[in-house]
Design a protein around this ligand. Sequence first.
Ligand SMILES: NC(=O)NC1=NC(=O)NC1=O
Length: 166
Amino acid sequence: MNVLERFNRLPLDEAIALLSPCVAIPDWASALVQARPYADRAALLARAGELMQHWGDAELQQAMSAHPRIGERPTGSQAHAALSRQEQASVDRHDAELAEALRTANTQYEARFGRVFLIRAKGRSGAEILQALRLRLHNNEAQERQASLAQLREITLLRLEGVIGA
Ligand SMILES: NC(=O)NC1=NC(=O)NC1=O
């Protein structure tokens, strides 16, 4: 039995628990589980994407509780933290200059937008993340909300692929 078939058959609470590290938005996980069984991975990923389309400020706030600042070592044993550590592995923590620049830019971002800067870190170097952060500092609130939501969707889908098998 493959991972998807197992997911289709899991008891409700176990299926939801399996998806919960993808994003800290419980409604999304339960809606995705309720729509089982999925004929294939593509159908699951498509439904997952549909269920993210309506995400707005409330979902962004809810999700940000589980996303540590970029460049800071994600603490905690929670599954979220382990995933964050893995995703942020490309940010060279020993580059003191980069770490300082990220700290400064993160502080500026939080002062301007009132929440932690969110970016899909996987596949990006620390320098690319810093560049994106500095660029997005020039967004207005509406633009930056959309940019953050787009990154949250990317992170969530990447994590879902990790859970269900890419
Ligand atoms: N503040 C963040 O952007 N956090 C994160 N980005 C990722 O890709 N994983 C995180 O935890």
